[in-house]
Structures are given as structure tokens and as C-alpha cells.
Design a protein around this ligand. Sequence first.
Ligand SMILES: CC(C)(COP(=O)(O)OP(=O)(O)OC[C@H]1O[C@@H](n2cnc3c(N)ncnc32)[C@H](O)[C@@H]1OP(=O)(O)O)[C@@H](O)C(=O)NCCC(=O)NCCS
Length: 224
Amino acid sequence: MTTTPASTASDIGAVFPVLDLRVVAGDLELRGISDDDIVVLGALAAKGIHSPDRMPFSFPWTDVTPEELPLNFAQYHWRTRADFSPASWILNLGVRWRGELVGSRGVTTRNFVVRRTGETGSWLGIDHRGRGLGTAMRQAMCVLLFDHLGFTEITSGAFVDNPASLAVSRKVGYRVNGTERYERRGELAEMTMLALRPDDWVRPDVPVEVTGAERVRRLIGVAD
Ligand SMILES: CC(C)(COP(=O)(O)OP(=O)(O)OC[C@H]1O[C@@H](n2cnc3c(N)ncnc32)[C@H](O)[C@@H]1OP(=O)(O)O)[C@@H](O)C(=O)NCCC(=O)NCCS
């Protein structure tokens, strides 16, 4: 009797190539987020990303109970897959350190084929912060975006009370190009806006290997 082979990640990766994307930089790896990864990352986020009295995110997605967070988190990731189109896409990758999922990095774009820019965002589980991973994963993401996906600018925004994010931006070569005002937990909060151009970029000091980018280029409409 023959049995139907079980579905594998590469099957759905053939449908949605972001899931097959890999960026390897030494012990660090960024890779497409499977449903199983969503479960692990949602649990990690529910354990804490930042101190409760500081909100680093412009959309305060961590201001829910630890019970609510995993489903909200999964629904966000499913929405980004469902809404992915060349006109408007968000690409999120799981961050692994020596194989362990420790956080996530993403980029948000609109009309990318013409604009060639996007805003990156990230988070690490609170126990994984402050030992260089934020810088290493930002540098690895810049390799993917500049060298493989056709970006000519990468932007970032960080509230003025988020020194870690601002320090990472500075170290990677971003320049401040303005401020924006946000309402945060009922109060005014100023966000520093930054942009990185290839000429200013401080490349990582480890080799970075990217696989699966060609099919993603076709997906976002910038194939050669
Ligand atoms: C932002 C984030 C991804 C950075 O990751 P990280 O691993 O902590 O970053 P790194 O260790 O690579 O670098 C952090 C830098 O910030 C500096 N820093 C951290 N806290 C600081 C503080 N209170 N004052 C001054 N500098 C500070 C560190 O000294 C380090 O710089 P250095 O290497 O020159 O010493 C991580 O802190 C995080 O997940 N924060 C919560 C979510 C978040 O803020 N996301 C970004 C939203 S824009």
C-alpha cells in the first residue's frame, strides 16, 4: 500500500518562497517563519521582550496579556502572508542563534518596485538582548535587502527612549533624517527616524550566505 507523503515546509515554501529564505552569518541565521516557528516565537514574546514600563513599538502589540499574545501574534503573521503582494509586502524572518529561535526581524514596504525602500523592525526575547545579536541580525538583514533584494535605502524608527535600537542603527551606519510624533499609551512620544544608504553601510565582519532570494525577487516583482 502506498501512503501519501506528509506535507513538508518545502512544499509550502514552493508556494510562498519567503518561507525558504535563509540568511546565515556565523552562528546567526535568519529564516522564513513556519507555523511551528510562530508557536515558539509567540511563546518567547509572551515571556517578555521589554520592561513593562517602556513601549518600544509604534503598534503596541505587547500590551496584551501573556494568554492573548500567542494567538494575536499568529494572526499577525498569517495576515502578512495573506496580504503579501508586490504593491505592499511585509517580510518577516525568524532569528536563530546556534539553532535556537531568539527573536524576529522584518521589513515593511509599499510600491517597492519603484521606491526601493522599506522600514525594518525587530525584537529579541528579553534574555537574548545586550550581547550583540541585535547588531548582527540588522547587519545580516541589510545584506539580504541591499545585496539580494534590490533595496537602495533602508529606514528605521526608534522612540527616543530606546537607546539599544538607536545604538544599533548608529553602529550600522544609519543617519538621522527627522522625527515623528506618536501617541503612546495616551501620551506624546517622539520617534527618531533614520535612513541607511549603501555608501554609509557598515558591513558585517563575518561572511553572510543567502539562499532562496531569487524566487523572492520574482515574488516582489524585481527579478532580473
Ligand atoms: C533593539 C534590539 C533588537 C537590539 O538588540 P540587542 O541585542 O540588545 O543589541 P546589541 O547588543 O547588538 O546592541 C545594543 C547597543 O545598545 C547599547 N545600549 C543598550 N542599552 C543602552 C542604554 N540604556 N544606553 C545607551 N546604550 C545602550 C549597547 O551598549 C549596545 O551598543 P554597543 O555594542 O556599542 O555597546 C533589542 O534590544 C530588542 O529586542 N529590544 C526590544 C524591542 C525593540 O526595541 N525593538 C526595536 C523597535 S524600533
